[in-house]
Design a protein around this ligand. Structure first.
Ligand code: AP5
Ligand code: MG
Length: 204
């Protein structure tokens, strides 16, 4: 099974991809996570990528696909955060047949609050929220017990830029997919969002 999760920053793509990948035995491929890994390499290219991420802009389609191809299995995966442009959607269509394309829909007014309160585990990648999805013990990961971190692009100024990139560049992708797109109400609690997705793929 091949699944695509689309949605604005903070809509819950990563949260749902992690839950679904564990429930359904699919590989979770987040292009954002792959790009953040690239920034750790300390090469001129990785510095350039970090600058673009920190500005909240999109990385070029060509580079994103280069990294994607290095990490894409032949089947059974969830793509989190790709495609983000119509040309990425066309490139993906040329490569594979996706079974389910979900939009996790959340209005802008909820996004900033979610993003500034997000924390994540640097070891296992689990995602928390200081208001809606708190770690059990202070600011430590429930599973790894290491201190949680905040992403460099998770501040109000950058998230507003990410949102504007989403509206300008990614919303046309929703029209491109129109008949294939399954809308999910992402403003419901995390478990309910998962149930909505599972019911659409008949895996409740
Ligand atoms: P990426 O890392 O994908 O960032 P994003 O799209 O901005 O999305 P986020 O990861 O911020 O949010 P999310 O939807 O995963 O939400 P989460 O589950 O964490 O990409 C980063 C950057 O990489 C981009 O800006 C771009 O520069 C580049 N990039 C990536 N892919 C690219 C591509 N294809 N082409 C070009 N450039 C690319 O949840 C957020 C918070 O809300 C958490 O605290 C969580 O606990 C909480 N939460 C989740 N669900 C709920 C709920 N239902 N109710 C209440 N709280 C919830
Ligand atoms: Mg994410």
């Amino acid at each position: 099974m091949k699944i695509v999760l689309l949605g604005p920053p903070g809509s819950g793509k990563g949260t749902q991809a992690k839950i679904l990948s564990e429930k359904l035995g699919l590989k979770h491929i987040s292009t954002g996570d792959l790009l953040r890994e690239e920034t750790k390499k300390e090469t001129p290219l990785s510095k350039k990528i970090k600058e673009i991420l920190d500005e909240g802009k999109l990385i070029s389609d060509e580079f994103v696909f280069e990294i994607l191809k290095q990490n894409l299995p032949s089947d059974n995966y969830i793509l989190d955060g790709l495609p983000r442009t119509v040309s990425q959607a066309k490139m993906l269509d040329d490569m594979v047949k996706i079974d389910f394309i979900f939009l996790i829909d959340v209005e802008d007014e909820f996004i900033v609050e979610r993003i500034v309160n997000r924390r994540m585990c640097p070891k296992c990648g689990r995602i928390y929220n200081l208001k809606t999805n708190k770690p059990k013990n202070d600011t430590l990961c429930d599973v790894c017990s290491v201190p949680l971190i905040q992403r460099d692009d998770d501040n109000e100024e950058v998230v507003r830029k990410r949102l504007s990139e989403y509206h300008n560049q990614t919303e046309p992708v929703l029209d491109y997919y129109s008949s294939r797109l399954i809308r999910i109400d992402g403003e419901k609690p995390i478990e309910e969002v998962t149930q909505q997705i599972l019911s659409k793929i008949n895996r409740l």
